[in-house]
Write a protein that binds this ligand. Structure first.
Ligand code: NZQ
Ligand code: ZN
Length: 392
């Protein structure tokens, strides 16, 4: 087990009818709130009204910035930065999913940069500086998926250049996250499925490590993966069943708040490759991951086949009666693909109507500003190209 340093300050307020607590939590950070949200789902399902009522009851002033879209745009981040400066905002409240939260995080540190720094060029693209300070971000989560409600990351896309990049800093971890599983009842089936796929991916990225002696993390990750595999389909089938939504929602946070990868280095190549796909084709992150992950596995599993055999046996219940390790791994990858298909997710680029036309471009773009991708196996542009071809 590697040495580690763990810090996660997000206060999680979880459960039914918890949105009413947002006012009292937000009040701890000041009087003026930037209410940041997406395309309107929160107005249709009543979350907006509950949030506003609670903020007003706490005598807080609300400035709104709606319009965040999935794969959030740099342009809205820039607008938010100017708004925060002009209005002297105290807290950014993200009400929605990963896209809204990531946009809020970008605004949170972008608003405090020096005048000679640029949020995109110097942070997301070049990773020239580390984040020095950030405004506080609070969250009302409406979709279990990205784990951004308690993660240090923010992923933004520059749609003028088709580049999707991330920044990570402990300073970006939200101060609080209100998580009411009932808000998930209105999620379209596709978003529920994409969320389950992203949660599973966060667990698998952490699972595929070269660190040998880190058994507790392995066991925790395996349990969490089994939870997604069990409850993802149930939540799809019974969208208004609280207990299924609750299982998925809490697993989503645990999967990405860094508790489950202490003492090891995870991989993350599949995420970076996926960001190239959604950065060009604007598909949902979870749908890109269900395409990339099986292909990545097929390409890298010989790097440490025993880890894949353990994954096959403990997560996918593959029988040891196969006496060939390759066969055991292949069955596990097939079960993973079947799981995605059962959620109606794409498992090949062609399932998402994506051809081979941009494969080389995506492989090269993934390497911009980086020397390699992934840790389980270090990948260069040629390797990424091969993985994407396996996904055709
Ligand atoms: O915009 P609205 O109208 O709110 O609709 C959203 C959006 O269309 C809808 N939705 C959310 N909650 C709903 C709902 N519809 C009905 N009822 C509800 N309760 O769902 C759609 C997707 O929302 P989005 O926020 O994009 O989903 P998700 O949470 O999957 O976030 C995806 C983004 O997070 C990034 C991804 O790359 C992607 O850009 N990630 C962020 C990470 C992080 N910061 O740590 C890690 C992840 O690996 C990921 O990369
Ligand atoms: Zn993800």
């Amino acid at each position: 087990m590697l040495n580690f340093n763990y810090y996660n300050p997000t206060r999680v307020v979880f459960g039914t009818k918890t949105i009413g607590k947002v006012g009292s939590l937000a009040k701890l950070y000041g009087k003026k709130i930037l209410l940041h949200y997406g395309g309107g789902s929160i107005k249709q399902n009543g979350v907006y009204e509950q949030v506003c009522n609670s903020l007003k009851e706490a005598n807080l002033q609300i400035i709104e910035l709606p319009g965040v879209v999935p794969n959030p745009h740099l342009s809205l981040v820039r607008e938010g930065i100017e708004l925060c400066k002009k209005e002297q905002i105290d807290l950014i409240l993200a009400v929605g999913g990963g896209s809204v939260i990531d946009s809020a995080k970008a605004i949170a540190f972008g608003a405090l940069l020096r005048s000679d720094e640029d949020v995109w060029d110097d942070y997301y693209m070049k990773q020239e500086y580390v984040v020095r300070e950030a405004m506080p971000v609070g969250v009302v989560l409406t979709i279990p998926a990205a784990g951004s409600e308690s993660s240090s990351g923010s992923v933004i896309t520059d749609w003028e250049k088709n580049l999707k990049r991330d920044v990570g800093s402990e300073l970006l971890i939200p101060k609080f996250a209100i998580m009411d599983p009932e808000t998930n009842y209105t999620l379209p089936a596709y978003q529920t499925a994409c969320g389950a796929s992203d949660i599973l991916a966060h667990l698998m990225e952490r699972y595929f490590t070269l660190e040998k002696y880190n058994d507790l993390s392995d066991r925790l990750l395996e349990s969490a993966m089994r939870n997604v595999i069990a409850y993802g389909p149930l939540a799809l089938k019974h969208p208004k069943e609280y207990r299924y939504r609750a299982e998925l929602m809490w697993t989503g946070t645990i999967a990405h708040n860094n508790l489950l990868d202490r003492g090891r280095v995870g991989d993350w190549a599949s995420h970076d490759i996926e960001h190239e796909i959604s950065g060009i084709y604007d598909i949902a992150h979870g749908a890109g991951l269900s395409i990339v992950f099986p292909a990545w596995m097929k390409y890298v599993y010989h790097t440490n086949i025993d880890r894949f055999v353990q994954f096959a046996i403990r997560v996918w219940d593959v029988s040891l009666s196969f006496d060939d390790k390759d066969d055991i791994v292949k069955v596990a990858i097939e079960r993973l693909e079947d799981f995605y298909r059962s959620l109606d997710l794409p498992v090949r680029l062609s399932d998402a109507n994506i051809g081979s036309e941009n494969i080389r471009k995506m492989a090269e773009s993934a390497m911009i500003g980086r020397t390699s991708l992934g840790n389980f196996q270090k990948l260069d542009a040629d390797a990424i190209e091969k993985i994407l071809k396996l996904a055709l």
